[in-house]
Design a protein around this ligand. Sequence first.
Ligand SMILES: [Zn+2]
Ligand SMILES: [Zn+2]
Length: 348
Amino acid sequence: MRAVVKKAPGFDQMEYTDIPEPAAERDLVKIRIAYSGICGTDIHAYKGTYPSTKTPVVLGHEFSGLVTAVGPEVKNVKVGDRVTSETTFATCGVCPSCLTKDYNLCGNRRGIGTQVNGSMAEYVISREESVHLLPANVSMLAAALTEPLACGVHAAIEKADTGRGDVVCVFGAGAIGQMVAQVCGARGATVIVAGVAADSQRLALAKASGAARVVNQSAEDIDAIIKEMTAAGGVDIAFECSGAVAAANKALGVVRRQGKVIQMGVFPRSEALIATDLILHREIAYIGSRSQKPSSWRTALQLMADGTVDPARIVSNIFPLTDWREAFEQIARGEGIKNVIHCGEDIQ
Ligand SMILES: [Zn+2]
Ligand SMILES: [Zn+2]
């Protein structure tokens, strides 16, 4: 089958090539890929800046498709089902995180598209436990973005418990920031999305997707805007989705006393200078939110089925698998938010 393979560590080292088709053994489900989204992680792998990618590997972990074969131990998934899948391919199964299905925290987790072959190909295999059936009204294109939406659900609902009446501020207007903003909106919160001058298109999309206010921090005074929009002396919850240390400190600065700051962005260095005096003296809960877990996927698919969020709104361009390189390079150049590869062009 045709696949986009990251061959070795370092910059590029990628090839569009033929590899053997995977087989659906044991509890595995074989999926013919419809769409595969390009994630920031894939761009890091392309640039050679994501150390966890085990090479050679087929990239891609945001996908939808049709089941074409199931292993002998598969019980609830059948050939012809429209599906998406969690990125968890294998876990240790015995650690405290596995026992509570917090698979995002299992130290021995292996992920699709990073440690085992992913979805930028004609087929992928996933374990039955990770596979989710698509509600009938959820499109293949939207379903391919269940993973980033589930990251937003994990942060906005499972970590922050965002609810009606909350005023939230999302720092970073990329794919994850957009997903967090949409989920917070679906929960009834008033949403502010903050970016910089280079984010003008992203901020416009956030506004069109329901944000009450978008802020270009290069030109506008976010402190004054938030003061005007909140009675409690700050927002209830701030989400740091940009990976900029300055944004994290800004988030700590605009949240009210006893508010929450949810850290999702990955900083350039593992140690950063964070305003711990604000955390201490204002009793701010500074909470990490790492990727997603099974419960986040169920909620994400429910939100899509209800029509309260639509992750397909963030799609910038769709490319055939043959044009994978241009799809990657556009995003690497900072153009667009989410490019998607239409691997199975006959599957809509
Ligand atoms: Zn992703
Ligand atoms: Zn485990």
